[in-house]
Design a protein around this ligand. Structure first.
Ligand SMILES: [Zn+2]
Length: 290
């Protein structure tokens, strides 16, 4: 049964694809969930292209993803934000953190880091060159438990996130920095994304605390997996969706989120289809045990 509707609070949501391949069923499912949640709250839905990792990007993928979203009626009145245009902003945050002595360069190789990816050699107290080394932020390790709108209460894994990389040794911003700063600057209040990032949230909440900003609400939806139980992604060989069958694709994505849903939607236009879904839409609820 559909739960009671939300109260009238300001809502800004976003979908943030990486142009590492075409839109596939997994990314369409996340886009659908975040779009519908924004509609339910009469909020704003933003699109952000996370194009900050050129070695992993595929030529033409950005255009293909944006065209696929539009073909499925998943559009925003606001122009997409491209992270590749935001390096100066990210660098200014790094400079501020360095000035405050809240960030430090670390020369630890991947092998030298501990099991949680932390600096294990006390680089903070050494004179490490900024060139060719990772920049890490000192994060507070106090309680970062939070209530996820899908999974409920999530306990923080204490002491596992105290010095995360924010600028990579290959001179590119790390996900933690770029995503958090963009969400803050875009006024994002609600993040609906895949549950593969559920335990990344504590680190992000700690980063919000460092930047003295209000935290958003989170909803982590189950990621779509292939027959081998692996998350659908470019790396696991996910195929791009056929944008000539948007209604069929949207229906498939909806089944991923709500296998139990029994509602017939005769609309043949994707925007009408999404509008018809609005009266029935709610986020799934899950438990970590199931
Ligand atoms: Zn180190």
């Amino acid at each position: 049964m559909k739960p009671a509707g939300p109260t009238n609070v300001p809502y800004v949501g976003r979908f943030a694809p990486s142009p590492t391949g075409p839109l596939h069923l997994g990314s369409l499912t996340t886009a659908l969930a975040s779009f519908m949640d924004a509609q339910l709250h009469q909020g704003t839905w933003l699109i952000r292209v996370e194009d900050v990792d050129p070695p992993r990007e595929v030529a033409g993928a950005t255009e293909a993803i944006l065209a696929a979203l539009a073909a499925h009626g998943l559009s925003s009145p606001i122009e997409p934000l491209f992270q590749s245009t935001r390096h100066d902003r990210y660098k200014s945050i790094c400079a501020h953190l360095l000035e405050q002595k809240m960030a430090f360069y670390c020369a630890c190789s991947r092998k030298q880091q501990d099991n949680f990816g932390r600096c294990a050699a006390g680089c903070q107290d050494l004179d490490i060159s900024p060139v060719g080394n990772n920049l890490r932020i000192n994060l507070p390790v106090d309680n970062r438990d939070f209530t996820d709108r899908v999974y409920g209460y999530i306990e923080s894994e204490r002491l596992t996130f105290d010095n995360a990389i924010i600028w990579r040794k290959d001179d590119l911003p790390a996900y933690l920095l770029a995503a958090t700063v963009d969400d803050i600057d875009s006024g994002v209040t609600d993040i609906v994304r895949g549950d593969d990032l559920l335990f990344e949230t504590h680190r992000q909440l700690a980063f919000y605390a460092v930047l003295k900003k209000d935290v958003p609400r989170y909803a982590h939806i189950p990621v779509v997996r292939n027959d081998n139980g692996k998350k659908l992604s470019k790396q696991t060989g996910a195929e791009g969706i056929d944008i000539n069958n948007p209604i069929q694709n949207l229906a498939k994505a909806l089944v991923q989120l709500h296998p139990e849903f029994k509602f017939s939607n005769e609309s043949t236009n994707p925007s009408d289809w999404l509008r018809s879904l609005q009266d029935h839409w709610y986020l799934p609820t899950k438990s970590l045990q199931t």
